[in-house]
Each structure stands twice: as C-alpha cells, then as structure tokens.
Design a binder for this molecule. Structure first.
Ligand code: GLN
Length: 291
C-alpha cells in the first residue's frame, strides 16, 4: 500500500489487501478488506461492487491504512469497525465484551421459536452473563411485550450493553450480577432464563485462534469448572420455574443435559450448524422430584 504515485481504486485495494491479509494468515482475507473499505467509505459492503473503479482519495487512504494494519495484526474485524450484526440488530462491540457468535444467534432463535405461542404474553426474560447485551436487545426488538433483562459481572460490559439498548431504542434492564450471587434478583419471577456463560477450560485454550485469545475478554470465555457454573444456573432456573436455554461447550453439553434432567422434564440436547452438541434447553416445566 506504500508505493507512491500509484492510483488506488476500490478494486485494486480489494485485490492488494486480500493478498496481503492472506500472506499474514488473517482469517477471511477478502471479507476483511470488504468490511474495512465499506466502513471507511461509509457505504454498504455490497455497494463496493458497483464502485470498483472509484479512485480512493489520499484522505480515504489515510483512513484505510491504519485499519488494514490492525487487521493484519489479527485484530477482530468487529473491533475495527466497532459493530456487528446479531439477528438483524446492530450491536456495538468493544474489547470488553465477547463478539456475538452465530451459535448464540441459533440459541436465541430457539428461544423465539419455542415461545412463539406466547408472543404477546409479557414474559420476563433474564440473560445471565449478557456481555454486549445482544440477546435481550434482539429479543426485546422481536418481543416488545416482554420484560427483558441482562446481568453481567463486568461493569464495562454493562456499559456496552446499555449503549446497545439505547442505540436500538429498546428498554432493557441491565444490572451487575454474578452467577454465584444472584440473591438480589431471586424474587423477580423470571419466566425464561438464557445464558452463554464462559465455557472454555484452560486446557482447551491452546487450540484456540490467537485472534480470540488476544483480543476478547478472558472473563467471558474461560472458566475452571464450567459444569459447576451450569449447575448453578440450572438450579436457579428450576427455582424460578423458568424455561431454560443454554449454550454449552461441545465437550460438556451431555453432562449439562444430564444435570438439567434432574430438575426439568424432558430437557433437550441440540446440535449447532457444525453438528456439535451445543444447546441444552428445557421448556417443558420442572420435575416434581427433588434431586
Ligand atoms: N463460542 C465461543 C468461542 O468458541 C465461546 C463462548 C463462551 O465461552 N461462552 O469462542
């Protein structure tokens, strides 16, 4: 990108950066430069294709250059552009929150699907470990009658979550809450509990992409004993007589489903799009037997 005198166009930038990112082992090289260019030029990604011959001014190049550098260092695209899409809702992301994953969209879809007959009923939903607030913000958009809330241990995450509710013009209640210390919110009578808690163990860290380890909050990803955490959430949901929707690690989802079966009727263990055990959901009521 440094060769002086060269006239850059949208197309030559796309081509050059795709090769450059490829050499740097950046994931999704073409898509990366497409998002960066669209963001820097303030246009939709697909509109780049209509503007291939558009020359890039030196002011635009000044804007693009540092973004390309950040991506070449494997910084997540969503941190560079500052936003991502979650179920059609624009969500701000910062290094203080987990970047919403497609699996979590699937979990939220399951929740909407399993409760669709109660669309107009004002159910009370709590997301435990809400991070960016993507789940309750998206649900509130689709279920305006519901009371949606999100708890997180991180104040910094809550700031991002509140901002996301404001940007999307929905009312969602966010509060500081720790899975181990939910006492203050017990009386609220939740109808639906959803959670994507930190579920990766230290032993699994080695196999993770550096982009995740270096740039995303470890508090949102790692836990010494995720199964213990799930048991706590399951017990809490059972106490509330709430429906339960959990995203799990593929290595522990079966164990989580077994624990859920101690408290709930017919919990289901469902797979993600990659065919891995990923979700445990219980929407058929709690058992009468105390385990
Ligand atoms: N699915 C995320 C990942 O693989 C982990 C999310 C979590 O720990 N809750 O990076």
């Amino acid at each position: 990108m440094s060769n002086s005198g060269r006239v850059w166009t949208v197309l030559t930038m796309l081509e050059w950066a795709t090769t450059y990112f490829g050499e740097k082992n950046v994931p999704d090289p073409r898509l990366s430069i497409e998002w960066i260019l669209a963001d820097a030029l303030g246009i939709k990604r697909l509109d780049l294709y209509l503007q291939y011959d558009r020359p890039l001014s030196s002011a635009e190049l000044e804007k693009i250059r540092p973004l390309v550098k950040r991506r070449a260092a494997h910084e997540p695209l969503q941190h560079i552009t500052g936003t991502t899409d979650f179920m059609g809702v624009t969500i701000n992301v910062t290094p203080d929150v987990l970047i919403p994953r497609i699996e979590t969209e699937q979990l939220t879809d399951l929740l909407l699907e399993r409760t669709k007959h109660q669309k107009e009923k004002p159910l009370r939903l709590l997301d435990i470990g809400t991070g960016s607030g993507c789940i309750p913000v998206a649900v509130k958009q689709k279920r305006p009658e519901w009371y949606c809330a999100g708890a997180d241990i991180s104040e910094k995450a809550l700031t991002v979550a509140r901002e996301n509710a404001r940007l999307n013009e929905v009312e969602v209640y966010f509060f500081r809450g720790d899975i181990w210390n939910l006492a203050g919110i017990r009386s609220e009578g939740w109808d639906v509990i959803i959670s994507n808690p930190p579920y990766i163990t230290e032993a699994e860290k080695k196999s993770m992409h550096p982009q995740v380890i270096e740039y995303e909050p470890s508090q949102a990803l790692f836990h010494d004993d995720p199964v213990k955490l799930y048991r706590k959430i399951i017990e809490f949901a059972a106490e509330q007589n709430a429906r339960l929707f959990l995203e799990c690690n593929q290595t522990t989802a079966e164990r989580v489903a077994k624990i859920a079966s101690l408290f709930f009727n017919n919990p289901e263990l469902l797979k993600d799009l990659d065919n891995n055990n990923r979700f445990v959901i219980a929407s058929d009521g709690v058992t009468n037997v105390t385990p």
